[in-house]
Design a binder for this molecule. Structure first.
Ligand SMILES: [Zn+2]
Length: 317
């Protein structure tokens, strides 16, 4: 699954987009962006920026051999799944030294978790770190644009996005030393089989979202009276799998007269159709692997998962 994950092994965010003036002035102009600094755990050039999705391509390298701060632009080669969007992603990385950037070339590609460059202090940085800015969508124009505050901000087809709305934390890869108060979502959670409890949904077409809030991407819906396991409640959102949440106001432990069992999808991406073998729906579809689906009805190898929503039956378990 092409989840977008945090690109550094030891997260030690030293400045968020709110903390210091050089960053916070990015968040008030038009357009705006949301820079963070991460020094990869401690001072010194000891951490790498890794490819955070299945594949990225180097789009632009700026500043090498000049007094300007070096900037590297990376773009995903396919759409990624982020907590709040499902699109291409473009990332600007600042302060990497000339010596590192000279090893890279535009068009060069990297695979997930492959090291791209070591942190640096090129420009006005007081210590080695990465200055990271994220944009939804593809690289646009020259990769950045001067905003109404005379600040260069990232330029992408989908606009800038806060890092915690873009990156999941793969806790098999990244250790959090300091998130500086930013609320990142974990991609995986420990096995909690013993504490599972059944709940039942009470709303029609209840959205399943990738995080505990309406700002997070909705990936599927559950019909009323779907039986789900709730792992925990987070701010009145019920976590029903490692990265799926439904609104806590619409679940109950009261067992309805009839309920639908739920299962999980097994295909990398599973199309949702309007009827068996019908038109492929574009809304909240296709379903990423592991999506919770209700089993309302099975017919000729197709499963009805909600009103006018059908999937191929071979790809659930
Ligand atoms: Zn910075």
């Amino acid at each position: 699954m092409n989840y977008l994950i945090y690109p550094i092994k030891i997260m030690n965010i030293t400045q968020t987009y709110e903390n210091d003036f050089s960053h916070s002035r990015h968040t008030v102009g038009t357009p705006k962006d949301y820079p963070i600094d991460d020094n990869c755990g401690e001072s010194g050039a000891n951490g790498y920026f890794y490819c955070p999705c299945d594949e990225v391509v180097v789009k632009k390298i700026y500043g090498v051999g000049t007094s300007s701060t070096n900037v590297l632009w990376l773009e995903s080669t396919t759409k990624v799944i982020a907590p709040t969007f499902n699109d291409y992603v473009t990332i600007m990385v600042g302060h990497i030294e000339d010596s590192e950037l000279k090893k890279l070339s535009v068009g060069q590609k990297f695979k997930r978790k492959e090291a791209i460059a070591i942190e640096g202090r090129d420009g006005y940085a007081t210590g080695e770190h990465f200055h990271i800015v994220v944009g939804k969508g593809k690289f646009a124009g020259s990769g950045w644009v001067k905003n109404t505050n005379d600040i260069w901000v990232i330029n992408t087809t989908g606009g800038s996005v806060k890092p915690e709305d873009a990156f999941f934390i793969d806790n098999t890869f990244t250790t959090i030393k300091n998130s500086a108060g930013l609320n990142f979502l974990d991609l995986y959670i420990p096995d909690i089989e013993d504490e599972e409890e059944y709940y039942y949904t009470t709303a029609n077409s209840l959205n399943i979202r990738l995080g505990p809030g309406t700002n997070y991407n909705a990936i599927n819906t559950l019909p009323k009276n779907s039986r789900i396991k709730v792992i925990e409640f987070v701010n009145n959102w019920a976590r029903i799998s490692d990265k799926e949440y439904v609104a806590g106001n619409f679940v109950t432990k009261t067992i309805p007269n009839n309920y639908y069992e739920t299962k999980h999808t097994t295909a990398q991406f599973l199309n949702v159709r309007s009827k068996p073998a019908g038109t492929i729906l574009k809304v909240k579809a296709p379903l990423p692997k592991g999506t919770t689906v209700a089993i309302m009805e099975e017919k000729n190898g197709w499963i009805k998962i909600d009103t006018n929503r059908w999937i191929y039956a071979d790809y659930v378990n």
